[in-house]
Ligand binder design. Structure first.
Ligand code: ARG
Ligand code: ZN
Length: 476
C-alpha cells in the first residue's frame, strides 16, 4: 500500500473494509473539502503592535489566538506571504512547510485499510463517536449511562456519558461529579480520542488498578466527548481547520467561538472579539448558543460538581483560572498544588512536557468554560491544551492518539486524587480553620459548601467524611 493513497483511487476492497469499520466511521474525503494548497504555518515573534497588525492582515487563520508568554504566535498564511514577513523584518520560523501536504498525508494514513484497526488506531466522525459511546454502554453495563445534554444549532445531539461504578454513593443520592468536556473547538480532534481513551482505560482497569477503582467508586465522571457537534461535523465534511460552531451570523460569516461565549468574564475585548468574522467571535450575548447553554444548564443541575477540565489542543499546557484577567483566584495555593501535580504526573506517565500556569503563560481569554465553572460553581477547573507543541498543530497523526490519551488519563487521575475537598480554606492542610468552615455550612444544612458526599446538602454523612479527612491533616 503506497503511502499517499488517494481516497478516490482506493480499491473497492479497501472501501468495503473501511465501511465495515462501523466504530471508526468513514474517513473518505468528500469532494467539497476546503484545500490549503501553498499554505504554511509560521511561528512569529512579533516585535510590537505593528507586527501584530501586519499578521492580522496577512492571516485569516491564527492557530494561537493571542500572544503567549514567550510572545510567539502561530498563523496559517500563504507561502508567498513569507516574502512580506522577510521584507518587514518580522522574526519568524516555519512550523509547517505545507499545510495541504500535511492534511493529505494525514487522510491517506487514516485511510490505510488495516484489517483489524482498533478503535484508538484512528479518529472517528460524529456518528463513529456516538457509536463508540453505545459500545461502552453495552460493554460496561452498570458503569456507563448515555445521556443527552441538548441539541446544537443544526440540531445534532450533544450526547454525554455518566461513568461510575455500581458502588452506591454515600447518602444514596449521587456521588460528587467530575466534568470532562472536549471539542468546544472543532479542529481539535485529539481532544475527543483522548477523552474517550481516558474513560475506556478507567473502565477496563477497574478490577486491576486500585486507583481506577477508587475514582469510579467515589466519583461520577460526566464525559462530554463532542461539545461542538456541528463544528466537528464540518471539519469532516468541509474544512478540517474549522474552529467555531456553525451559527449563521451573516451572509458570509459563520460561527461563534463557544469558548468565548460563557457568561463569566464575557465580552472583554482583551481575549475575545466582537467581530462576526473573527475566530474568537464571542456571540451577541453571554450563553447565546445552544451548545454552551446545554453544558452550563446540565452542570447547574448537578448537586455537586467538584472538578472540571475543558480539553483543547495544542501547546501542552494546563491553564488555571482566571482566563479573563491576571488577578489571582481564591484558593491559589490549592489550585497550584493540584495543577503542578497534574503536570508532573503526565511527565512521569508518558514523558510529555506540559507547562502549568495562569493566563500569563498563554494569553487572556474572555468568556471561557473554566472561568464559568470556577466562578459559578466554585469547582476546581482548568483548560488542558494537549499535544503537540506545533510540529503538527491540530492535525496530529493517529500515532498520537494513545500517547495523548495517556496524558489525559494521568492528568485526570492525579486531579481527582489531589482534590482534598475538606480543605475549605484552600491552604493545603485540613485543620481547625476548615472545621470552622465546615461547621458553618453544617449549621445551615441546606448549603452545599460542606457537601462532601455529593448529594447537594451538608449533613451528618458529610460530617463522617470530613472527620476522616481532618484526621489525616495533610492534603495528598
Ligand atoms: N486555547 C484556548 C482558547 O483559545 C485557551 C483558553 C483558556 N485560557 C486562558 N487562560 N488563556 O479557547
Ligand atoms: Zn481550543
Amino acid at each position: 500500500m503506497q503511502k499517499f493513497l488517494n481516497a478516490v483511487t482506493m480499491s473497492a476492497a479497501a472501501l468495503v473494509l473501511l465501511s465495515g469499520n462501523a466504530l471508526a466511521g468513514s474517513n473518505t474525503q468528500p469532494a467539497e473539502m476546503a484545500r490549503f494548497d501553498g499554505d504554511v504555518v509560521v511561528r512569529v515573534q512579533p516585535r510590537g503592535d505593528a507586527d501584530l497588525r501586519l499578521m492580522e492582515q496577512l492571516s485569516d487563520d491564527p492557530w494561537t489566538c493571542g500572544t503567549s508568554a514567550s510572545g510567539a504566535m502561530d498563523y496559517r498564511i500563504s507561502r508567498q506571504q513569507l516574502a512580506t514577513l522577510t521584507l518587514h523584518g518580522v522574526p519568524f520560523s516555519v512550523l509547517i512547510e505545507d499545510v495541504q501536504a500535511l492534511l493529505d498525508a494525514d487522510l491517506a494514513e487514516r485511510n490505510q485499510p488495516f484489517e483489524n484497526r482498533a478503535y484508538f488506531d484512528n479518529y472517528a466522525d460524529y456518528t463513529g463517536v456516538s457509536n463508540y459511546v453505545n459500545t461502552l454502554v453495552a460493554t460496561y453495563p452498570g458503569f456507563v449511562t448515555r445521556i443527552s445534554l441538548g441539541n446544537s444549532v443544526e440540531n445534532r445531539e450533544i450526547f454525554a456519558m455518566r461513568v461510575t461504578s455500581p458502588v452506591p454513593p454515600i447518602g444514596g443520592v449521587r456521588k460528587p461529579v467530575v466534568v470532562l468536556n472536549s471539542l468546544q473547538h472543532a479542529r481539535e480532534w485529539i481532544t475527543v480520542t483522548s477523552n474517550l481513551f481516558m474513560t475506556t482505560e478507567l473502565l477496563s482497569k477497574y478490577n486491576i488498578d486500585a486507583a481506577a477503582k477508587a475514582i469510579l467508586d467515589e466519583y461520577e465522571l460526566v464525559i462530554i466527548p463532542i461539545s461542538n457537534p456541528d463544528g466537528y461535523n464540518h471539519t469532516w465534511t468541509n474544512n478540517r481547520l474549522w474552529r467555531k460552531n456553525r451559527r449563521v451570523t451573516g451572509t458570509n460569516t459563520r460561527g461563534i467561538d463557544l469558548n468565548r461565549n460563557w457568561s463569566v468574564g464575557w465580552g472583554l475585548s482583551s481575549g475575545s472579539s466582537g467581530s462576526l468574522s473573527s475566530d474568537t467571535y464571542r456571540g451577541p450575548s453571554p450563553l447565546s448558543e445552544p451548545e454552551t447553554q446545554a453544558l452550563s444548564n446540565y452542570m447547574l443541575g448537578v448537586p455537586k460538581v467538584v472538578a472540571h477540565i475543558d480539553i483543547h489542543s495544542y501547546s501542552q499546557l494546563i491553564l488555571r483560572v482566571w482566563g479573563h484577567k491576571y488577578e489571582d483566584p481564591n484558593g491559589l495555593a490549592s489550585i497550584n498544588r493540584i495543577g503542578n501535580a497534574m503536570r508532573n504526573s503526565i511527565l512521569a506517565a508518558t514523558g510529555a512536557n506540559y507547562t502549568f500556569g495562569g493566563s500569563e503563560i498563554l494569553y487572556l481569554a474572555s468568556g471561557t468554560a473554566p472561568d464559568w465553572v470556577f466562578g459559578t460553581l466554585g469547582a476546581f477547573s482548568v483548560t488542558a491544551e494537549l499535544r503537540d507543541t506545533g510540529t503538527n498543530g491540530f492535525v496530529l497523526p493517529t500515532s498520537f492518539i494513545i500517547p495523548t490519551g495517556n496524558d489525559v488519563l494521568a492528568m485526570v487521575k492525579t486531579m481527582i486524587q489531589k482534590l482534598c475537598r475538606a480543605d475549605f480554606t484552600k491552604d493545603n492542610i485540613v485543620d481547625d480553620s476548615d472545621f470552622v468552615a465546615f461547621a458553618a455550612s453544617y449549621e445551615t444544612l441546606t448549603t452545599n459548601t460542606g457537601d462532601l458526599t455529593g448529594d447537594g446538602i451538608t449533613d451528618d454523612s458529610d460530617f463522617v467524611v470530613f472527620a476522616n479527612a481532618y484526621s489525616q491533616l495533610v492534603c495528598p
